[in-house]
Design a binder for this molecule. Structure first.
Ligand code: SAH
Ligand code: SF4
Length: 388
């Protein structure tokens, strides 16, 4: 499916960040206290610092101000001082594409030239933003294209929250409507392993959840992990977001092969950590993501073993079956529709929900973890000389 774009040409946007602004520190991604510290260091009188930090916070995350000049309850003089030292500028949008099914995808360039992707998936009753946590990924899951890229680095809190800000700019969703939000949910399922960058992910999600700003409930945020067992309890205790676990196999020998992290944290440890996840209840189940790989993990026996494990560990669970998205050179194929259906039926009949995830945004290559490399490749091929 990645090789069948419908000919939608990406719109290449010029960089919007002025050269002079690049040297300034961005206030986006800082906590209120950090903003206060910066203001104090910039000479704002101590007695004003707290109030000014709160005003800025509301401009940034409630009103979505793109420039200090918009901040009309702050004196012109102070706005100039702030503008000389700081920026509230956006990440540069290199490409913006909209699928025939309404899925939007942004390729964003970071200040150091690295790029990440963000995808917005509208549904009937909600809209989900898929956010990246790292440039590339150090783990090398064999079915994942991101895993073939070298990790470049962790994203900063500002770069993580910056993806949410870009999406809300694009959706015209400042300030947050009381109900009926377009961007109603966030999933940390883009590039990277969020639990290998937990501190920055946590800082960014705390901004997203803050009641004076974007104010999205932790119940509407889902973090997906490949199974970084020692970080799972912290995620539950300190963030309290929903957890999704990329399970993908029910036997250690298979999971070792397709997800090398399993050698470090095998199934028994992973499932015990799921059972103990703070906040997991029947009302807030853990999602187990399960990629359907032809003849690797898709048999009826695998489905029965999945049910057995979830029951044995007594985990409040739901299963999401993900048809494998092939990419050039991938060592696997997608299971047949029949196999996927059979697998789903077996899990369902045990009383565990197991819907098949419909691929979204196929025409703009918005599939899991593959976008950046695809667009990089396309740009490279555009630069290549014409064959003689
Ligand atoms: N690193 C985290 C989050 C990002 S990946 C994790 O692994 O959970 C988001 C989801 O996409 C994961 O469940 C991942 O296993 C899945 N994924 C990766 N490559 C895929 C592919 N080729 N087809 C379908 N799903 C894929
Ligand atoms: Fe990294 Fe997740 Fe891809 Fe594995 S599936 S390589 S953990 S992004």
């Amino acid at each position: 499916m990645l090789t069948t774009p419908l000919g939608i040409e990406p719109v290449v946007a010029p960089r919007v960040v002025a050269a002079s602004a690049q040297a300034c520190e961005s206030l986006i991604g800082l906590t209120r206290d950090e903003i206060g510290e910066r203001l104090a260091a910039a000479g704002i009188p101590e007695r004003q610092v707290k109030m000014r930090a709160q005003q800025l916070w509301q401009w940034l995350y409630n009103r979505g101000a793109k420039d200090f000049t918009e901040m009309t309850n702050i004196s012109k003089e102070l706005r100039q001082t702030l503008g000389a030292k700081f920026t509230v500028g956006r990440l540069a949008v290199v490409e913006r594409q909209v699928s025939v099914d309404g899925t939007r995808k942004w390729l964003l360039r970071l200040a150091d030239g690295n790029e990440v992707e963000t995808v917005f998936i509208p549904e009937e009753d909600r809209g989900t933003l898929c956010v990246s946590s790292q440039v590339g990924c150090t783990l090398t899951c064999r079915f994942c294209h991101t895993g073939t890229q070298r990790l470049v680095r962790n994203l900063t809190p500002g770069e993580i929250i910056g993806q949410v800000v870009i999406a809300r700019d694009d959706l015209g969703e400042w300030p947050s409507p009381a109900d009926g939000r377009l961007l109603s949910n966030i999933v940390l399922m883009g590039m990277g392993e969020p639990l290998y960058n937990f501190d920055n992910v946590k800082a960014a999600m705390q901004i997203v959840m803050d009641g004076d700003g974007i104010s999205l409930s932790r119940r509407r945020i889902t973090l997906s992990t490949s199974g970084v067992v020692p970080m799972m309890s912290r995620c539950g205790a300190e963030l309290g977001v929903n957890l999704a676990v990329s399970l993908h196999a029910v036997r250690d020998e298979v999971r070792d092969r397709i997800m090398p992290i399993n050698k470090k944290y095998p199934l028994a440890e992973l499932l015990a950590a799921c059972r103990d996840y703070p906040g997991a209840t029947n009302a807030r189940r853990i999602t187990f993501e399960y990629i359907m790989l032809k003849d690797i993990n898709d048999s009826a026996a695998d489905a029965r073993e999945l049910v057995r494990l979830l029951k044995a560990y007594d985990i409040p669970a739901k299963v999401n079956l993900i048809p494998f998205n092939p990419w050039p050179g991938a060592p696997y194929e997608r299971s047949s529709a029949e196999r996927i259906h059979q697998f789903s039926e077996i899990v369902f009949s045990s009383g565990i929900s197991a819907p098949v995830r419909t691929p979204r945004g196929e025409d703009i290559l918005a599939a899991c973890g593959q976008l950046k490399s695809e667009s990089e490749k396309r740009r490279k091929s555009e630069q290549a000389p014409e064959p003689a």
